[in-house]
Design a protein around this ligand. Structure first.
Ligand SMILES: [Zn+2]
Length: 398
């Protein structure tokens, strides 16, 4: 409650809201003050009589680290306990280099970001890592990840725990699930308790919040929207099936289609990129924004395929907000307009009318900010319960 109403809530208000006695609440709060997690602020609003003391989170009682390991990027953020960013590190990465190489880069990046924040690992009270594959939460590893060759069953969480001689809670979660959490906590989804976040990047993933909680499914792999079948006789996907959304509309798919078009001699400025193998979805987005009709068509097609999947998602879950993020979403309305049109055509009007489709407010930092939010949840969970680590499935989005 103090996290949600910083600097404006008193012991008496907490007691009233929770229907607990003032002495019970005071005993708990006094312990949190002694632990250094909560500080007493200035006087609150008085309604006659003594002015109550308001409570605040002590932002310096710890630091949390959010790590976003993408297919081609690494983003690391260090935040204080109010979620304010105090250090950051960013670099290119190739997920297909495998876990040894990538996690060495990630751990090195964490140390660089902590250095920028002016603290060491001993100040860290929670660390969360997002990866672009289906995560088995309890094991802290991925299972049969389509775009992460060499990572199947690798103990990702343990690798972080082994590196530092400290026991800090470390969680591994899917990048799109963390993206949903990040947008909910700090971005386009603030205050929206039924939302879906679709990450259209090198791959395509989805995180779903139901009643303000990330829906993980039985083992943690819910939301693999990238492997919904869009075209039964479509091209083969990395997962072994055919015509999945990911192989039709991901950044990788857009790049491949663009390369084919250039090789076939289509009249497009995409041919200016040399060599043709270097042509990426980023180039397609850039030329589309400059008016290249062929590039615009690739984004429109991708948007239509994403729209087909989103229409099903909306019919199934009735979210009030669908947030589209990831690298390809940088194209803005060139991608989003065909998504909206297709969703309007293909979903039930009752579901469609209640759902807005918007770009991610945190841009490419949705996942890293979600990792910060998860690490904060762990930190507060372990302080309050005295346990070092709550079961990941029980982590509450707020
Ligand atoms: Zn697939």
């Amino acid at each position: 409650m103090i996290r949600r109403a910083p600097g404006s809530i008193s012991r008496a208000q907490i007691a009233q809201s929770l229907d607990l006695s003032r002495s019970t609440v005071s005993a708990i709060v006094d312990q949190l003050v002694r632990d250094g997690l909560v500080v007493e602020g200035g006087a609150g609003l008085s309604r006659g009589g003594r002015r109550p003391i308001v409570l605040d989170i002590n932002p310096d009682a710890g630091r949390v680290v959010g790590v976003d390991i993408g297919a081609t990027h690494l983003y690391i953020l260090v935040a204080d306990l109010l979620g304010r960013i105090v250090g950051a590190f960013e670099s290119r990465i190739s997920i297909s280099d495998g876990p040894d190489q990538c996690l060495r880069q990630a751990i090195n990046g964490v140390e660089r970001a902590l250095g920028q924040a002016g603290v060491g690992i001993e100040a860290v009270s929670g660390l969360a890592v997002g990866v672009p594959g289906p995560v088995i939460l309890e094991a802290g590893m991925v299972q049969a990840p389509p775009i992460m060759p060499g990572w199947d069953g690798y103990p990702i969480r343990q690798r972080f725990l082994d590196h530092w001689p400290l026991t800090i809670p470390v969680s591994v979660d899917n990048d799109a699930d963390l993206g949903a959490l990040g947008e909910w906590a700090y971005g386009a989804g603030r205050g929206v308790d039924h939302l879906a976040y679709i990450k259209v990047g090198t791959g395509i993933g989805c995180g779903v919040l139901i009643n303000g909680q990330v829906y993980h499914g039985a083992r943690g792999t819910a939301g693999e929207i990238g492997h919904i079948t869009i075209s039964e006789d479509g091209p083969p996907c990395t997962c072994g099936n055919y015509g999945c959304l990911e192989v039709m509309a991901s950044g990788r798919a857009i790049a491949q289609r663009a390369q084919l078009a250039v090789r076939a001699g289509q009249g497009t400025r995409l041919a200016e990129v040399s060599p043709v193998e270097a042509l990426t979805a980023r180039d397609v987005a850039a030329f589309a924004q400059q008016g290249d009709a062929v590039a615009q068509q690739f984004l429109a097609d991708a948007g239509r395929y994403v729209g087909i999947a989103v229409a099903s998602l909306i019919n199934l879950l009735n979210p009030s907000l669908v947030i589209v993020g990831g690298g390809v979403a940088r194209s803005g309305d060139l991608l989003l307009d065909p998504v909206r049109t297709t969703v309007r055509e293909r979903s039930l009007r009752s579901s469609y009318q209640s759902a807005r489709i918007v770009p991610a407010a945190l841009g490419e930092r949705s996942t890293a900010m979600g990792a910060v939010a998860l690490a904060l949840n762990q930190t507060f969970g372990s302080f309050v319960s005295g346990a070092r680590e709550a079961p990941p499935s029980a982590v509450y989005a707020g």
